[in-house]
Design a protein around this ligand. Sequence first.
Ligand SMILES: Nc1c(NC[C@H](O)[C@H](O)[C@H](O)CO)[nH]c(=O)[nH]c1=O
Ligand SMILES: CC(=O)[C@@H](O)COP(=O)(O)O
Length: 164
Amino acid sequence: MVAHTRADSAPKPTDPALAGARILVVEARYYDAIADELLAGALAAIAAADAQATVVTVPGALEIPAAVAILLDAGSYDAVVALGCVIRGETGHYDIVAGESARALMDLSVQRRVPLGNGILTVETEAQALARARVAEMNKGGGAAEAALGVLALKRAAESARTR
Ligand SMILES: Nc1c(NC[C@H](O)[C@H](O)[C@H](O)CO)[nH]c(=O)[nH]c1=O
Ligand SMILES: CC(=O)[C@@H](O)COP(=O)(O)O
């Protein structure tokens, strides 16, 4: 039975239990400059936790969920970080790309019990995307990695409590 974990005592991304954890990073390089910032932030957060990152690149956000599923089946990863940027255009395709990638990733994370940080930006303009991607600004890539690491620390704490 896992004792209730209060938010202020939840494991943190820098939890020593994360050292050596294998983090799968799947990035969609639809916009290179934005992808560069998201990836830099995510890799910095993973390195700060002394975890190991494997980076895979796909064309667009819609390809991220399938790539995650394929790689989780093919390899052994402790957590996943998804990175990308969806900018609204003239048609409803934005809703498909943004909504379906998010839904598929959420389903993967819950069904497979795999910690997953979603760093796919869904924005109206490139300026909004850059402000959120830039490490020196909102650093959403780093935030997505820290979210995945935080849930991984929680998962490891829960597994440890179960085996006591
Ligand atoms: N418009 C954006 C896309 N569109 C492409 C899709 O993600 C996908 O690659 C295509 O539909 C083929 O399956 N992707 C982004 O990541 N960002 C966008 O703004
Ligand atoms: C989010 C998208 O897929 C977007 O690039 C599509 O643009 P459009 O709706 O103008 O075709």
